[in-house]
Design a binder for this molecule. Structure first.
Ligand code: F6P
Length: 325
């Protein structure tokens, strides 16, 4: 691979607030440093099909405030196959793209790793996901905004829960990770959180009900991580059967959690890591994700950041338990 002149940028997987701020940062920092930037539409799907546009600084004007992604996004099954990735490589050759910046979560960065290794191609990743499940960065782009969105929703649910003296099971996203559920439970003053990191070890519902709900507390909020089998509906059903005295309701927040204008934290994280991606390319780095750890920009090899065991701080469980008495 020779000198890098043109950088392709794409967003992939679930959208996250702050992805636009990242696109803006990569584009502007890239142009400032003498690179040509091509915006690739619909993630890897657009890379395979060659859907792209030369980006100028104007193309990213006024987008720092906007949620979603102006490049659109997709989950591309074809890119998971060697044939699909070969087609994508051919597009890069045809369009003279010398390096890629991929903004996405676990699945997207796994694809980036495979592509980079198979074709010895420079790929830099940015952590774009509301789930916060990427190892090596303190938080991911979109996570903070989503926590704030969930907090506002649950504050509203609290009003009606109090008025009717009900138990609410509020289901939040996170895929296989409980970061959103656990931290939002603390932020909302919820009575409990049910998270996948604990589901196999203990019966979290039995534990919570066993602690007893304080007599003066006639309502409570339990934040539940989404799960195909054990989501909010499952726990609500169990309470109805096992503790029939309670008036139970469920609220599944769904995709409203992914929308909205990004928080200051996510705009700054996206801007810093976007510029960090251009710096990484200048330094000749490849196959790394740009993260921020302890206020410092870090470059984490893809194989490390997609590990499935990002540390879940068990002390948060104790904090929530203690504060919800
Ligand atoms: O990975 C982000 C995420 O929002 C997860 O929290 C959730 O499980 C999933 O995407 C939902 O995906 P979709 O938008 O395809 O329904």
């Amino acid at each position: 691979m020779g000198i890098i002149k043109t950088i392709g940028i794409l967003t992939s997987g679930g959208d996250a607030p702050g992805m636009n701020a990242a696109i803006r940062s990569v584009t502007r920092s890239g142009i400032c440093n003498g690179f040509k930037i091509k915006g690739i539409y619909r993630g890897y799907e657009g890379l395979i099909k060659g859907e792209m546009k030369d980006f100028t600084t104007e193309d990213v004007s006024g987008i720092i405030t906007r949620g979603g992604t102006i490049l659109k996004t997709a989950r591309c099954a074809e890119f998971m196959t060697p044939e699909g990735r070969k087609k994508a490589f051919k597009t890069c050759q045809k369009e003279r793209i010398d390096a890629l910046v991929v903004i996405g979560g676990n699945g997207s960065l796994t694809g980036a790793r495979d592509f980079g290794m198979e074709f010895d191609f420079p790929v830099i990743g940015l952590p774009g996901t509301i789930d916060n499940d990427l190892y090596g960065t303190d938080s991911t782009i979109g996570y903070d905004t989503t926590m704030n969105t969930i907090m506002e929703c649950v504050d509203r649910i609290r009003d009606t829960a109090n008025s009717h003296e009900r138990i609410f099971f509020v289901e939040v996203m996170g895929r296989d990770a409980g970061f959103l559920a656990q931290n939002c439970a603390i932020a909302c003053g919820a009575e409990a959180a049910i998270v996948p990191e604990e589901t196999t070890n203990v019966d979290q519902l039995a534990q919570f009900m066993g602690r007893g709900i304080r007599k003066s507390k006639k309502s409570c909020i339990v934040i539940v991580s989404e799960s195909p089998k054990c989501g909010a509906l499952y726990y609500a059903d169990r309470v109805k059967k096992e503790f029939p005295g309670f008036d139970v309701r469920v609220s599944i927040l769904g995709h409203l959690q992914r929308g909205g204008s990004p928080s200051a934290h996510d705009r700054i994280l996206a801007s810093i890591t976007g510029a960090g991606a251009i710096e990484a390319i200048k330094q000749g780095q490849r196959n790394v994700m740009v993260g921020v750890r302890n206020n410092e920009v870090v470059y984490v090899p893809f194989s490390e950041c997609i590990r499935t065991d990002k540390r879940f701080d068990k002390r948060l469980i104790t904090v929530l338990d203690e504060l919800s008495i």
